[in-house]
Design a protein around this ligand. Structure first.
Ligand code: PAF
Length: 282
């Protein structure tokens, strides 16, 4: 595996691949890799001939009171895992190169609508930061395909919308959420949980799973369901941020014609904010 930090080096490698007609898959990450990330790499390897993974903790997507400095960094371990999987290039740019004119002056990409609702309402500017860095990384790597986890369901929709709106020439693939044995969605932020909080955390998934079964059995009083789910989160020791049932393609409130829904939830355990979602067909 080649480890590259400068975009010129990456472009040079990209040029040789281009002439050999390689199919390039890209997995952007912020590092602290877990099985969920490694599954993205596995999927990427299945359909491409070259795989690039990036590790970049993107300051632009963190709010002023969020965990940018504390975000877990496990570079050596990450490198070993990626090399063992046969990744071709690990791209690890530094923030000064990525945002060379400074964060204040940075041109940004904003996907309106989708970026302002649900997680975007709780984290103003977050999806602008995500869309901007993903657009920049796409311009640097120039992949044919890119892979994202469905755990960040709204992020995936924002990126798909950006690719459509800006006529970007690549395909976007969502990969199913990897879970711990007790159902908790794998996430780098799970490391922040104390042993007591870790025991409480799986109730987030359990509560939205129960909602899924109820919808599949015909329940449609969504307003009551959301109130019950928030109460259940509180009963289980979590502080709800939101619980929503939305149309899965638009993330808008579902109409009678919508048959593909997604239940999305976020809740705090102490300072740690957990998110999860389940797609449900009716
Ligand atoms: O999902 C993430 O890890 C990040 O939001 C991403 C897509 C790598 C952009 O920084």
């Amino acid at each position: 595996m080649q480890v590259v930090s400068k975009v010129n080096e990456l472009r040079e490698i990209r040029r040789t691949w281009q002439s050999a007609r390689e199919v390039i898959a890209f997995v952007p990450t912020m590092g602290n890799l877990h099985q969920g990330h490694l599954k993205l790499v596995d999927e990427a390897k299945k359909s491409a001939t070259k795989v690039v993974v990036s590790i970049f903790v993107n300051p632009l997507q963190f709010g002023p009171d969020e965990d940018l400095d504390a975000y877990p960094r496990t570079l050596e371990q990450d490198k070993q895992s990626l090399a063992a999987l046969g990744v071709d290039v690990l791209f690890m740019p530094n923030a000064e190169d990525i945002y060379s004119r400074g964060l204040e002056q940075q041109t940004f990409v904003e996907v309106p609508g989708l970026s302002y609702m649900i997680c975007g309402a709780s984290r103003p500017g977050h999806f602008r930061g995500v869309a901007t860095i993903v657009c920049k990384l796409f311009n640097m790597v120039q992949p044919n395909q890119a892979y994202f986890g469905e755990k960040d369901f709204q992020q995936l929709q924002v990126i798909k919308a950006m690719v459509t709106d800006l006529s970007m020439n690549l395909s976007i693939h969502g990969v199913a959420t990897m879970r711990e044995a007790d159902g908790l969605a794998m996430s780098s932020r799970n490391h922040y949980l104390t042993p007591e909080q870790r025991k409480l955390a799986p109730s987030l998934y359990a509560i939205i799973t129960k909602m899924t079964h109820e919808i599949e059995s015909g329940r449609r009083d969504f307003t009551n369901m959301l109130t019950e789910a928030k109460a259940a989160l509180i009963d289980n020791g979590l502080k709800p941020d939101y619980v929503e049932i939305r149309a899965s393609n638009s993330l808008l409130q579902p109409g009678h014609e919508d048959t593909e829904l997604v239940i999305l939830a976020a809740a705090f355990l102490g300072k740690t904010r957990l998110i999860d979602n389940i797609q449900v067909k009716i």
